[in-house]
Ligand binder design. Structure first.
Ligand code: ADP
Ligand code: ADP
Length: 234
């Protein structure tokens, strides 16, 4: 059974008198373990689609099923629980808290878990080690490079071991070499079984993915398979 089932997802925003159709209709499935890209011109509906899939933005109509759960039939509290159990987000601007260390930033999603602080600390240290920052646990974000801040953001997204990671332009603010290193990290996570859905403008990043949805004018215009993306087996 597919991990994610998107059925006729549609999103309209009203701005004043006007109605904007951000997403006209999107239907597709995502399998567990997939690395899926979402590409398309600016304003085509990519961020809207990502936020709907991540349980952050209710669609105007349509249905989203994740692991058999009808996500938008949940009430606010259930939806918050659903997000903390199922999804991790990585944003382009990292969104780290500037006054907290790398370790403390990664501990944030664990705060509501009720686990003892020491255990939270150990879990956060372990994932920071995994993303290559084992020796920089106590740095503040402004004492880290852009690529390192991105690694902290990735560690924070995976620390709860959510089945799905959503990333919105995670290489957008990085130089190409650093961006490539970050994509290799995502790829390594994917090879361990992590499902990843990533919005990207950078066509270079597509070779790390199994499939990409090309979104245009709020519609899934095309599904591009890995053969055509130059998927790198190594
Ligand atoms: P990007 O093209 O990099 O994805 P967007 O232009 O989609 O960035 O905008 C980023 C954020 O601004 C999103 O959260 C989106 O919902 C919001 N946004 C985009 N366009 C509008 C708009 N016309 N009115 C209000 N919010 C908007
Ligand atoms: P993309 O991520 O592909 O740039 P978005 O999903 O951000 O596209 O936006 C799709 C369309 O919806 C754009 O026309 C954008 O201006 C509009 N839009 C996005 N978010 C909002 C919002 N919160 N309010 C009004 N319009 C929005």
């Amino acid at each position: 059974m597919a991990l994610i089932k998107a059925e006729k997802l549609r999103k309209e925003y009203s701005s004043g008198e006007d109605k904007v159709i951000a997403l006209a209709e999107a239907s597709f499935n995502v399998e567990a373990g997939e690395f899926l890209g979402i590409i398309g011109p600016s304003g085509s509906g990519k961020s809207t689609l990502l936020s709907i899939l991540g349980g952050l933005n209710p669609p105007t109509s349509g249905k989203l099923e994740i692991d058999g759960i009808d996500v938008y039939s949940l009430d606010q509290e259930q939806l918050a629980d659903f997000r903390s159990e199922y999804v991790g987000f990585v944003f382009q601007q990292f969104q780290l808290l500037p006054y907290l260390t790398a370790l403390e930033n990664v501990m944030l999603p664990l705060a509501i878990s009720g686990r003892p602080k020491g255990e939270q600390r150990d879990m956060a240290a372990l994932v920071l080690e995994k993303v290559g920052l084992g020796n920089k646990l106590n740095r503040l974000p402004n004492q880290l490079s852009g690529g390192e801040q991105e690694r902290v953001a990735i560690a924070r997204a995976i620390v709860n071991q959510p089945p799905i990671i959503f990333a919105d332009e995670p290489t957008g603010a990085l130089d190409s070499k650093t961006g490539q290193e970050i994509m290799e990290l995502f790829q390594a996570l994917n090879r361990e079984g992590q499902t990843i859905i990533m919005v990207t403008h950078n066509l270079e990043t597509l070779k790390y993915m199994h499939r990409a949805l090309l979104i245009r004018d709020g519609l899934v215009e095309k599904v591009i398979k890995h053969e055509s993306l130059g998927y790198c087996a190594q």
